[in-house]
Design a protein around this ligand. Structure first.
Ligand SMILES: Cc1cc2nc3c(=O)[nH]c(=O)nc-3n(C[C@H](O)[C@H](O)[C@H](O)COP(=O)(O)O)c2cc1C
Length: 257
């Protein structure tokens, strides 16, 4: 009897701890729980019959242009890139999309970074963009390939000099003793490269994701959001998904929000 009362008291305390504002789960923190925005209204939905394009690359291009034209979208090319180790441990971070189209969606990074190592051992990735001002998001998934080194060099040569030197300074994702050590290395390299062109470090490369699927999401205020997924026709056929014919070997279908 005493034992079960003590157990009940312990469970009760654990429950209170979970609900307390200093505990790990802040259920009572209504300021976060109540954050909610209105998206589009019912008159402005994404319909299969009037998609901007039936080719996902063209559709991306049209959506990207719309995002780029807005003053309230400061970095329309900022995208969250998810990679994973071979055993499936995921990691995600933002990168800047630097080119896109039929041949792939390109970003640049340090091949020795965490993402670089994960891509090396498991060459697949997912890339997600969210344009808050447009109530729109795009998700891209597919295989990842390193782009041609000459293309990486061409792009590297267009970067501001400080970024070029920065690429030599930063051994991305390694532990460093202090910010000061970075600054000192930066000063040292500025002297070393003075009057010279800064070469692209061999570990600084472009990668492209070749999409297998591309999802276009548009938010609706009633939470019945639009989700249109484009997939290669052969992949959709294998999964026996009922789909609509797209262009260039793509089909598309709607997902429940
Ligand atoms: C908006 C934004 C854009 C970024 N763009 C890049 C990029 O294009 N390439 C890159 O290597 N890191 C970029 N970063 C930094 C990465 O998010 C990340 O800190 C870094 O690449 C190390 O990631 P990793 O340790 O997972 O490899 C960006 C960060 C932000 C917030």
């Amino acid at each position: 009897m005493i034992v079960s009362s003590v157990q009940n008291l312990w469970k009760l305390c654990a429950g209170v701890r979970r609900l307390s504002t200093t505990g790990p789960i802040r259920m009572a923190d209504s300021s976060v729980a109540q954050l909610r925005v209105s998206y589009r209204d019912k008159g402005d939905v994404l319909l299969e019959d009037n998609l901007e394009s039936k080719n996902p690359h063209q559709m991306f291009s049209i959506w990207f242009k719309k995002a780029s034209e807005r003053d309230d979208v400061r970095q329309p090319n900022a995208a969250c890139l998810a990679t994973a180790t071979k055993s499936g441990i995921p990691s995600a971070r933002f990168v800047l999309l630097k080119a896109f189209g039929e041949s792939g969606y390109t970003f640049f990074t340090n091949s020795e970074s965490r993402k670089g190592r994960e891509i090396e051992e498991n060459p697949v990735a997912a890339l997600t963009i969210y344009w808050d001002a447009l109530d729109r998001s795009v998700r891209i998934e597919g295989a990842v390939e390193k782009i041609d080194e000459t293309e990486s060099t061409e792009y590297f040569d267009t970067r501001p000099r400080s970024s070029q030197i920065g690429a030599h300074v930063s051994r991305q994702s390694t532990v460093i003793s202090s910010r000061e050590s970075l600054s000192k290395q930066n000063e040292k390299l500025e002297v070393e490269f003075a009057g010279k062109q800064v070469p692209r470090p061999s570990y600084w490369n472009g990668y492209k994701i070749i999409p297998k699927t591309m999802e276009f999401w548009q938010g609706q205020s009633d939470r019945l959001h639009d989700r249109i997924v484009f997939e290669r026709a052969e992949d959709a056929a294998e999964k026996q998904i009922a789909s609509h014919a797209g262009e260039n070997g793509w089909v598309f279908y709607r997902l429940s929000p």
